[in-house]
Design a protein around this ligand. Structure first.
Ligand SMILES: N[C@@H](CCC(=O)N[C@@H](CS)C(=O)NCC(=O)O)C(=O)O
Length: 339
């Protein structure tokens, strides 16, 4: 009997205490530097955009801030490195930043051939087209013979070729490295249509002289699951990035917000208690503190708060949650449990 009790106690301890805390060279370096180095886009309203004083805002920027809050308990401890679509992966591979948080589509070749690790999907997107209203076009299928503007180094260019070829349509691509060049060329009438991720179209439309003169066509021609990426050589760092993203989504699902997180610390709900580090040692097992998610949620908010503030109803973009609603509300946002 006594032996059985002892064996049970050992088993219980093993189940309750995830003792493994590996080491992460990236986390060590970030702590030594005193800031996180985040690769972001060069300027896309709602996602990552600097103001005149060099303060960055956006959904992708908030994810960098969430990581800084998790690590330093200070969302300000981030250095932003703007990267064009073309150079973003080589810059990550050569260690110019610790994480790439830049409307980047998770594709097989990027994941497998470039040696990257995608943490998850922060925004489910798909590629669309914008045209001037005066063109009187209602569908992308009417774009035969069009000049189409886009950015180099993107999935956009490849999908465009697939779509026009498979629909037997002719087109001429006009591609630029910089987003501002794409927008300027389209605004100047050099191209009949502009194509990119639909979220990007909403952002770019705001940058045109007369946004109301342009419409976004109904076709979505691809899957663009956008997410943060890291190098594949540091699994513990990838875990930190992945579980920070999951913490944001889990917090929304559990009703934990930047406003109520302190009260939630005394919630009896075991899922909330584990997320907030009241029970278990989940943060420590990644090399952080057990209240890492509290820091994140308090400073940056949960996924829904981040979405609405940057690209949703609290922003000029006014994008609907759509596929980015929680799975419990008919969307695709779903995070594995803290367990
Ligand atoms: N999701 C696509 C496209 C990403 C992309 O770079 N899109 C452009 C057009 S929306 C952009 O973000 N430009 C902003 C910039 O270059 O700063 C990819 O990963 O290839």
């Amino acid at each position: 009997m006594r032996i059985r009790v002892a064996a049970l106690a050992v088993l219980a301890a093993l189940v309750a205490q995830p003792a493994f805390a590996g080491t992460s060279p990236t986390l060590d370096k970030i702590k030594k530097n005193g800031y996180l180095r985040c690769g972001v886009s060069e300027g896309l309203p709602g996602f990552s955009n600097p103001d005149a004083k060099g303060n960055w805002t956006g959904l992708d920027v908030d994810f960098c801030k969430a990581l800084a809050a998790a690590i330093f308990n200070d969302q300000q401890k981030v250095r932003y490195t703007p990267a064009s679509a073309k150079v973003r992966f080589t810059a990550l591979q050569s260690g110019e930043y610790d994480v790439l948080s830049r409307n980047t589509t998770w594709t097989m070749s990027r994941d497998v051939q470039l040696g990257l690790e995608f943490a998850g999907v922060i925004y489910y997107d798909g590629q669309g087209f914008m045209v001037p209203k005066k063109m009187n076009v209602k569908s992308a299928k009417q774009l035969n013979g069009a000049n189409v503007c886009t950015q180099t180094g993107t999935t956009t260019e490849l999908n465009l070729a697939d779509y026009f070829r498979s629909n037997n349509l002719k087109y001429t691509v006009i591609a630029f490295e910089k987003d501002e060049e794409v927008v300027a060329a389209y605004d100047a009438g050099r191209c009949d249509a502009l194509t990119t991720d639909q979220s990007g179209l909403y952002a770019e439309r705001l940058q045109l002289k007369n946004p109301a003169d342009h419409i976004i066509l109904p076709e979505i021609i691809s899957k663009e699951p956008l997410g943060p990426a890291v190098n594949q050589n540091d699994p513990q760092w990838a875990d930190i990035v992945r579980w920070t993203l999951f913490a944001l989504v889990n917090a929304e699902e559990l009703g934990v917000t930047s406003k109520n997180v302190d009260q939630m610390l005394s919630s009896p709900n075991p899922e909330i208690r584990r997320l907030l580090g009241v029970e278990g040692a989940f943060g420590q097992s990644m090399g952080l503190t057990n209240d890492w998610a509290v820091r994140v949620i308090k400073q940056v908010g949960n996924y829904g708060e981040i979405f609405e503030r940057n690209v949703g109803q609290g922003s000029p973009l006014k994008i609907q949650r759509g596929q980015n609603a929680l799975w419990t509300k008919g969307g695709l946002q779903y995070a594995p449990p803290v367990r």
